[in-house]
Design a protein around this ligand. Structure first.
Ligand code: SF4
Ligand code: SF4
Length: 380
């Protein structure tokens, strides 16, 4: 009996380094294996991950060599290419962001770069929203005729994985993102991110997993040479392959992926995906350090109840703090007081343990405190 036809195609290509020729060749291979469409005579928006002004080698942002190769592919047929992101809300200084991430150096004839906020945001409501009532999303993103989602593969202390579906979270404005993070439930956050994703799913997806981030991502984990470029039309299908690189045997245990799959935006089972260019068993980067979240080890129905006992909490390391006040500005529930020039003070009863302060702290001074159970989880 012949195998049933696969619904989703994911292209994979080995890429060990960011040497320009190697990245160019691997990206072209991944695109052709994934059956990337030819875009002609229009404009293409590349939604990169530029979370913060971080150097490419820190693996916080999509590497500029991957973006260079992608912009080259997309501009082949006379398309104007624009590379943009709406970085973590406090990092809106465009020139510094573009310079430090290396994206500014890609600007040339036919390729531009900037912020997704530069044409403003529009309010969007959908009957299908589960967690949000309204989202404000970048007009540039909503109106782009063709969007390529260029994600970076990273761990995430709240959502466990940051890849294609999560990358679209960056299209929303600050208020919407704070609303999403203000929940104490991982499941509600997953539904909110999925709500945002469904408004305007990207037309194509590419993942920079040449160096991924392991440990306490998405800002303060460690780079790890995982050696892949992935591509595909369906974001969730590509995330299935990305989660295999991170050694997840059952991605549906990740609340974000379970929420996205339950909304029918992609595969519910690996058997629906044709992985071209690799075997599934080739993907895992053995020993990859997942985010330290004990929650992932619990059955879904226990997660809401157990969140308070096993979730991580922010802890200030004063010696690394430069008293910039960013943590207080990003806190979605105003649980941090920070007078000008003073050290921040966390109001514990108000804190919902979203770890946005940790994510956005430029020095790593707002560390993640791991209780006994969480430390055990880190070894699992
Ligand atoms: S903890 Fe980090 S973000 Fe907060 S004031 Fe100190 S350096 Fe700035
Ligand atoms: S103090 Fe930090 S972890 Fe707590 S709610 Fe505010 S941003 Fe989130």
């Amino acid at each position: 009996m012949s195998e049933p036809e696969k619904e989703y195609i994911v292209g994979a290509a080995r890429c060990e380094s960011y040497a320009p020729q190697e990245v160019k060749g691997a990206l072209a291979l991944a695109l052709s294996r994934a059956g990337a469409p030819e875009v002609r005579g229009g404009s293409v928006l590349i939604k990169a991950n530029m979370l913060s002004p971080s150097e490419p080698e820190k693996a916080v942002t999509t590497h500029p060599e991957v973006l260079r190769a992608l912009a080259g592919e997309m501009s082949k047929n006379g398309n104007a290419v624009h590379i943009a992101d709406n970085p973590g809300y406090v990092h809106s200084e465009k020139n510094r962001l573009l310079r430090t991430t290396g994206v500014g150096a890609l600007v040339s004839n036919g390729v531009s770069a900037g912020l997704l906020s530069d044409l403003g945001f529009r309010a969007v409501r959908r009957d299908s929203f589960k967690a949000l009532q309204e989202a404000r999303i970048s007009s540039r993103y909503l109106d782009a005729p063709f969007v390529v989602n260029a994600a970076k593969l990273k761990t995430h202390v709240e959502t466990e994985i940051s890849c294609c579906v999560k990358n679209i979270f960056g299209t929303a404005d600050t208020a919407t993102r704070k609303k999403c993070h203000g929940s104490t439930s991982q499941a509600v956050l997953a539904d909110a991110i999925t709500d945002l994703f469904t408004v305007r799913p990207p037309d194509f997806n590419v993942v920079d997993a040449v160096f991924s981030m392991e440990g306490d991502g998405p800002s303060h984990g460690k780079p790890r040479n995982t050696g892949w470029i992935l591509a595909g039309e369906n974001a969730l299908a590509v995330d299935w392959a990305a989660s295999a690189i991170m050694c997840y045997s059952d991605p549906l245990k990740i609340p974000l992926m379970a929420a996205a799959a339950s909304r029918g935006i992609g595969p519910r089972d690996r058997s629906q995906i044709a992985l071209v260019g690799a075997e599934w068993s080739d993907l895992p980067s053995w020993g990859f350090k997942k985010s330290t979240s004990l929650i992932r080890l619990l059955p879904t129905f226990l997660r809401g109840f157990a969140h308070g006992f096993v979730s991580l909490r922010p802890e200030l390391a004063r010696e690394e703090c430069v008293r910039c006040g960013i943590c207080a500005r990003v806190c979605p529930v105003d649980a941090i007081a920070c007078e000008a020039g003073a050290y921040p003070a966390i109001n514990r009863p108000s804190c919902v343990k979203c770890l946005c302060c940790h994510e956005m702290c430029p020095t790593g001074a707002m560390a993640v405190h791991k209780n006994f159970l969480a430390r055990i989880a880190g070894r699992v």
